[in-house]
Design a protein around this ligand. Structure first.
Ligand code: NIG
Ligand code: FE
Length: 402
């Protein structure tokens, strides 16, 4: 996929607007009529490399998508009609649909089959401007298939330009064989699955779906504390449908991020604020599930909580791959400004992955993960949410065809 600009040194010239969150000022800043030098995959002050003419267009960092579930076989397309007929996500799950119906596909698939599917998904997402992505396991739900899912992420990451950050989500649902022994599955997670994942070093984070009907607060606490002791960083699906005290738990265990938060309480928000925990919001899921309960972004921001945005790309509750579309939804349904939504899709989404010192902003010393747009202004990004107008994507300082 590499084109002629695959040298170690490059200068982007004739940039119309260079727009990036500036970590020093805490603002989104635009520099007009400028250039940008890259050396060995890093942004540098001055360069001598080959020149690329940006034709006065917009240049931004690549998007960082900090919450996705890309390791699955088939989409659950029938659930759309069921939801339209009035059956809720929770009711579909209770009838054996939902997460549990994605398990068989992953358990029966070969590693190669999954590698092929996940690679294609990464091809799509990088074309839409995402250059770093968090990828969860969570449709295997036994030791063998969870390790297989993480291995798939690892294998695709090795071959693909996309940077994929792996998260262990064995606590995504209770698999059918443990339907009547939920604590037995938590034992399996804590005694065998998490230790195996930690020993193989194939996940950075450990996630839990902490929600009524899924993992309760006590079970989630045990899982996250166990993973922490073994070197995995906790993060969680928190208060998505109901307030179950999951945001408070995120604060107690020192999670790097609490995600979803559509039903978070004010006590939960205060705890997130006190502990400087990033709130990763997923407006695509609210939209896809045909709900109107968007997370309270304005209140979270007023309380000083950093907001990251993510797609939540998965086979059932949200199949959106485009960060520009998520930005559009954040502006439309959560009243974020284009600058706020952009910062939340680059710098703060990198913070939700502990990577804000490497990616998510175009400042000297950071990785050259860059989008050269075919439009001139930041305001164009949410406008072109599906026909994403990208001239060139630079990953690790090298241009890739888009
Ligand atoms: O983030 N909420 C839990 N997990 C996913 C849904 C996954 C699925 O439905 O397959 C989510 O929305
Ligand atoms: Fe999710």
């Amino acid at each position: 996929m590499e084109c002629e600009y695959s040298h170690d040194e490059m200068i982007l010239e004739n940039i119309g607007n260079l727009t990036t969150f500036n970590p020093d000022s805490g603002e989104v800043e635009t520099t007009s009529n400028t250039s940008l030098a890259i050396e060995d995959g890093i942004i540098v002050e001055k360069g001598i490399g080959e020149k690329f003419d940006c034709s006065e267009c917009l240049v931004t960092p690549g998007f960082v998508d900090p919450h996705t579930h890309p390791v699955f076989l088939n989409l659950r397309v029938d659930e759309v009609a069921m939801r339209k007929a009035g059956v809720t996500y929770e009711e579909i799950a209770a009838k054996g649909g939902g997460i549990n119906s994605s398990i068989n596909g992953v358990r029966n698939a070969s590693e190669d089959e999954l590698i092929e599917r996940v690679s294609k998904r990464m091809d799509q997402m990088i074309k839409l401007g995402t250059t770093t992505i968090e990828c969860k396991s969570g449709y295997g739900l036994n030791i063998e298939s969870e390790l297989k899912s993480l291995k798939v992420i690892h294998q695709v990451n090795k071959r693909h330009e996309m940077d994929m950050i792996p998260t262990f989500l064995g606590a995504h649902a209770f698999p059918p064989e443990f339907a009547d022994d939920r604590d037995g599955y938590v034992d399996l997670l804590c005694n065998e699955m998490i230790p195996a994942v930690a020993e193989q070093g194939i996940a950075v984070f450990c996630d839990v779906f902490c929600e009524n009907g899924y993992f309760n607060v006590d079970q989630s606490r045990r899982i996250l504390n166990t993973s922490k002791e073994l070197g995995l960083i906790p993060r969680l699906h928190a208060d998505e449908f109901e307030d179950s005290g999951a945001a408070e738990l995120a604060a107690d265990v020192g999670a790097i991020s609490a995600d979803h938060l559509m039903a978070v309480s004010s006590v939960g928000m205060q705890k997130l604020a006190d502990k400087n925990i990033t709130a990763t919001l997923l407006p695509g899921t609210t939209f896809f599930l045909d709900k109107d309960t968007y997370a309270p972004a304005q209140t979270l921001m007023e309380m000083g909580i950093d907001i990251a945005l993510a797609t939540d790309f998965n086979p059932g509750s949200c199949h959106i791959q485009s960060m520009p579309f998520i930005i559009h939804l954040a502006i439309k349904h959560m009243d974020m400004t284009v600058e706020q939504a952009f910062a939340s899709s680059t710098y703060f989404s990198a913070k939700a992955l502990n990577l804000e010192h490497k990616v998510g902003s175009l400042t000297i010393g950071r990785k050259a993960d860059i989008i050269v747009w075919d439009v001139k202004k930041l305001e164009n990004i949410p406008f072109h949410d599906s026909d994403v107008p990208i001239k060139m994507i630079i990953k690790n300082g090298k241009a890739i065809n888009s």
